[in-house]
Design a protein around this ligand. Structure first.
Ligand SMILES: *[C@@H]1O[C@H](CO)[C@@H](O)[C@H](O)[C@H]1NC(C)=O
Length: 200
């Protein structure tokens, strides 16, 4: 009986490890302020949207990636007056995944998609250069983890930000070329959001 229980427990732990096999930095660990409001969304979501941060630039040490997270939270929460950092997850050049709003929470990264997608941003400007392999690998693992844990639909569609929003270069052409080789990448978004502000 005892060894049977240990076996089952062991399988559980192993399963978890396989499902979400990357280093996750909690909000507490990067020194996030609490969100001013949290809106939950219904899981599992049908879309995954990939972004680059453009600014802040790429970080390779965890110290710099943490600074980037705080900078973004200040920018989104204080300057833009959003509830929180806009993305659900952010991937650093240190190969770690940083918790933004996290799973099951409506983001502020892709209008019209925020309540039905997970937005993942890779820190850096990826118009010309490709993120380092470990940063790409972790982004893919976060998506897999979401599918395995019931946060993302198994038949999800993957898009780069510019495919679902007019007038942005995000996530950078080089990164877009990269994700277009991933499973679930789709060339046909259900709709493209067009900003209604009149340019001045
Ligand atoms: C997301 O929000 C839009 C606009 O507020 C709404 O029309 C849509 O039904 C929502 N979708 C989901 C999945 O909640």
């Amino acid at each position: 009986m005892q060894s049977w229980l240990i076996f089952v427990f062991g399988l559980g732990v192993l399963g978890q490890g396989e499902m979400c096999d990357f280093e996750l930095v909690t909000r507490e660990e990067w020194g996030a302020r609490p969100p001013t409001d949290v809106q939950t969304m219904q899981d599992p979501v049908p879309y995954v949207i990939i972004h680059h941060t453009y600014q802040p630039p790429a970080c390779s040490s965890s110290e710099d990636c943490i600074k980037a997270m705080r900078w973004m939270q200040d920018f989104h929460q204080i300057d833009r007056k959003w509830n929180d950092i806009g993305y659900n997850f952010v991937i650093g050049g240190d190969g770690k995944a940083y918790t933004g709003r996290g799973w099951s929470v409506v983001g502020a990264h892709s209008p019209s998609y925020n309540n039905q997608s997970i937005g993942i941003s890779l820190i850096g400007d990826w118009r010309v250069e490709l993120p380092p392999p470990k940063q790409i690998e972790t982004a893919r693992k976060v998506i897999d983890c979401g599918v395995q844990t019931g946060k993302i639909r198994p038949d999800y569609k993957l898009f780069g930000h510019q495919q679902v929003r007019q007038g942005t270069e995000c996530p950078g052409q080089r990164l877009l070329d990269e994700i277009s080789t991933w499973d679930h990448f789709s060339k046909t978004p259900p709709f493209v959001w067009v900003p209604n502000e009149i340019p001045t």
